[in-house]
Design a protein around this ligand. Sequence first.
Ligand code: XMP
Ligand code: MG
Length: 183
Amino acid sequence: MEATDISQDLDHVLYTQQQLEDRIEEVAAQIDADYQGREPLIVGVLNGAMITVSDLTRAMKSHCSVDWMAISSYGAGTQSSGVVRILKDLSTDIHGRDVLIVEDIIDTGLTLSYLVQNLLSREPASLEIMTMFRKPEAIDCEVDVKYIGYDVPNEFVVGYGLDYDGRYRNLRDLATLAPHVYS
Ligand code: XMP
Ligand code: MG
C-alpha cells in the first residue's frame, strides 16, 4: 500500500504551523509572568491536548510539572453531553497545587465544566484553564477560561492534536477536512 499524503484530505487551513507557534510563544510568556514565584502543575487533557502541552511547556521559561487526564464524554456522535467519565486520572495529588488545565478545544464547555468541578473538589491552591482553540458556542459557557490560543469558526477542525476518527493529530496546521473524508 502506498503512503498517502495527509494534505490530500484537507479542505482549507485555518491556522498555519507558524501562526500556532507564534501564539503559543505569546501565551507561554503570559503564563510565565502570571506564575512568577509559583510552579504550576499543567494538567493536559488526553489525547487532544498532547501537542498543545508539548509546545506550551517547552515555550515556557519557568519550572512546571505535567500530568495527564483522559476523559470520555458519554453520548452520541460529535455532540458533547456533559456527562463525563474519567478514563485515566491524575498521578499527582493536586491539593494545594497551582493547577493549569490545558485543553485542545472548547465547544460547548460541558466537558470542561465537569472537569473543573471535579478538580476543585480536590482543593488545589488555584485552578486556571488554557485552551488552544475556542468555538463560538463556548461564549455561553459559564467556565472562566484564562488563556485562549485562537478562536475558530463553528466547523469541525483537525490537526495540532485534534483528530477525526483517530487520525490527523499529527498534522502541523489546523485545518478542515475535505468532504470526501466524511463519506
Ligand atoms: P465541549 O462541547 O464539551 O467539547 O466543550 C469539547 C470536546 O469536543 C471535541 N471537539 C472537537 N474535536 N475537532 C475535534 O477534533 C473539533 O472541531 C471539535 N470540536 C469539539 C474535543 O474532544 C473537545 O475536547
Ligand atoms: Mg478533548
